[in-house]
Structures are given as structure tokens and as C-alpha cells.
Ligand binder design. Structure first.
Ligand code: BMA
Length: 323
């Protein structure tokens, strides 16, 4: 019997290392929160909002039970990797059982602004699609609904953490007529009335042909607002979700300072490619750690929570130098 040369034999017998095609480093403990880690039975835990709260990283976990009804649980951590998860869901109405106008709320993003935490989320209105909803909290125990603050179809609202030239600003993703979507910036005098909307024009790439939407809350840097966003592209089998990075102008955030053509993360590990929705990496929360590391929390295949890391400086440099 013919034998393979030693090096090729070795290659066959060694478990392939995961590819690392983007600039982000996946955490070796990934997935950092899987359904089996939850203190309640569930089928998936994913797409978490993230912020710093007191001296901890706080996540608002989207948790789906065996009926695929969802709830939100608070998880907190000192190191941003190992989380204590509250067994009781937060007290915030996710659906309107009487009129059935509001069927669900999901994908919460958390913005610390003027001493409050604003939670923006998608509100699912059945046949109308989704619109943007907002709630207010100071302590992540009681949540005050502010209301649904757009017409459908719109979602993925990321509220900027400060006023820009006297106005509040948010990234959002209204639906295009072809079913895709692009990021827009809208402005508001009072956080209730939104308008003066303008599109964010990003490069057209093969990984962002379908939808492009905000991810984590923009991070202020000297070079601009650093934003991690999601984008999708359809292939013959699935619609894959990717993450990209861009810098937006500090004074006029609908203007792009830099947006590399390269994605920063694509689905390539089993925990990103297999699950409820295959081939999805989706973020709605990132936190800057005290040492300058950006912790990007993302859902893997709409089933579990993963962590990818990069220093803020490296990601800014990447945006400015890559084309
Ligand atoms: C989007 C949202 C996300 C989800 C993604 C992939 O439209 O609904 O919550 O992670 O699809 O399924």
C-alpha cells in the first residue's frame, strides 16, 4: 500500500485550525455564552446589547425558549469573558397580547447618554415589518418604554452617545425597495422626533450587496466615530452575515471618513456556521475595555454569543490604511 509523505500525513491527521481571515481575534473560549450556559432552558441566546455598567461589562441577552418566544436577561462580568447571568428576565413588555399590533421586540442596543441608558430595539409589527422602539433605564431593573419612534420598515437603530452639533443622532436601517437596506443617519432635537435623514454611502462590495446595517454603538475617537456594522450577501444557499468597520465624521456622521472594502469578520467557525440561522455573525454590542481593547460581542448563527477582540487603535488604523 502506498503511504503519503510524512508532511501530508501530518496535515491529514491534524485537526484543521480555524481560519482567521479578518482582523479580529476570536476569543479562545468561544462561544462565551451558549444555550447550555443559561440558568433557564432555552434554544438560543444571541445578539446582545452591551455597555459598561458600574465597574462591569453588562450584556442584555436575547434568549429564545423552546416556543421561540424571546425574553431578555441581564448578564454582568468583571473581565468581559466570564458572565453571571440573571435567571429572571427583565421587566419590559416585549409584545402586546391584546391588540397584537406589537408582536415582538428584539436586538437591543444600549447607549449611555446624559446620565441614562437608552435601549433601542427592533419592534416587530407583524405584516408591517419592524420599526424602531426605545426604552430608558438607569439601573437595568426597571425599564420605561419611550415608544416606537419610526414608521416601518426600519430597524438596527444605534443612538450616538452624545449630541452632535446640538442634535441627537442615530444610525438606522430602513428597508430598500428591493428588500435590502442601507445605513442612514437621522437627527432629533429631543430624542422623540427624528428626521433630516441622510444615507451613509459605503463601498459596494461582494459581501455587502444585500443589507448593510448598524452594529455596535459608535465609539468616539480622534479620527472619527468608529463603527462596527453588519452586511449581508446572498449566495446560492444562504444569506451570509459579515462584519465591517468604518469611521464617520465627528461633526457630520453621515459623511464617511474611511471604510475599507475588506470585511473584518466572516462566518467560518462551526459556531458561526451551524445553528438556527447558518453563516451569521451579527453584532449589536461592543465595549471598550480599560486597556483599550474593543470587545465585540456577536451572535453566532443566531444561537450563541461569541467574542471577538481588537484594540481600538488597531481598528482605527486599519480603517485609515486599508482601502
Ligand atoms: C436580522 C435580524 C437579526 C438576526 C439576523 C440573522 O434580520 O433579525 O436578529 O441575527 O437577521 O438571522
Amino acid at each position: 500500500m502506498k503511504t503519503l509523505p510524512a508532511t501530508r500525513q501530518h496535515a491529514r491527521e491534524t485537526t484543521p485550525r480555524p481560519y482567521q481571515t479578518g482582523i479580529l481575534q476570536r476569543h479562545p473560549k468561544n462561544p462565551i455564552i451558549a444555550p447550555g450556559d443559561m440558568p433557564v432552558p432555552c434554544s438560543s441566546v444571541f445578539n446582545c446589547g452591551a455597555t459598561r455598567f458600574e465597574d462591569r461589562v453588562l450584556l442584555l441577552l436575547r434568549v429564545e425558549d423552546m416556543a421561540r418566544d424571546n425574553a431578555f436577561h441581564v448578564a454582568t462580568s468583571k473581565d468581559g469573558v466570564n458572565f453571571e447571568i440573571q435567571p429572571e428576565p427583565i421587566d419590559y413588555p416585549l409584545r402586546d397580547t391584546e391588540s397584537r399590533f406589537l408582536e415582538n421586540r428584539f436586538d437591543m442596543r444600549i447607549t449611555q447618554l446624559e446620565g441614562h441608558y437608552y435601549v433601542t430595539h427592533a419592534s416587530w409589527l407583524g405584516g408591517y415589518g419592524s420599526c424602531i422602539g426605545t426604552a430608558l433605564t438607569k439601573d437595568f431593573r426597571s425599564f420605561e418604554p419611550v415608544g416606537e419612534l419610526s414608521v416601518p420598515s426600519n430597524r438596527n437603530a444605534a443612538l450616538f452617545p452624545e449630541k452632535i452639533q446640538g442634535r441627537y443622532a442615530r444610525l438606522e436601517r430602513p428597508q430598500n425597495i428591493d428588500g435590502g437596506g442601507r445605513i442612514w443617519v437621522s437627527y432629533s432635537p429631543d430624542l422623540l422626533h427624528w428626521g433630516q435623514s441622510r444615507p451613509v454611502i459605503l463601498p459596494d462590495t461582494p459581501w455587502s450587496r444585500c443589507k448593510v446595517g448598524a452594529g455596535a454603538i459608535p465609539i468616539k475617537t480622534e479620527q472619527g466615530w468608529l463603527c462596527v456594522y453588519h452586511a449581508t450577501a446572498k449566495n446560492c444557499a444562504t444569506e451570509n452575515y459579515y462584519l465591517g468597520a468604518m469611521l464617520l465624521d465627528l461633526q457630520q456622521p453621515d459623511r464617511v471618513v474611511a471604510a475599507p472594502r475588506q470585511f473584518i469578520l466572516q462566518p467560518e467557525t462551526p459556531y458561526e456556521c451551524m445553528g438556527q440561522v447558518p453563516n451569521v455573525v451579527f453584532t449589536n454590542g461592543a465595549v471598550v475595555m480599560p486597556d483599550g481593547t474593543l470587545n465585540i460581542y456577536y451572535g453566532g448563527a443566531d444561537t450563541r454569543i461569541c467574542l471577538a477582540q481588537v484594540s481600538v487603535d488597531t481598528l482605527v488604523e486599519h480603517c485609515l490604511t486599508e482601502r
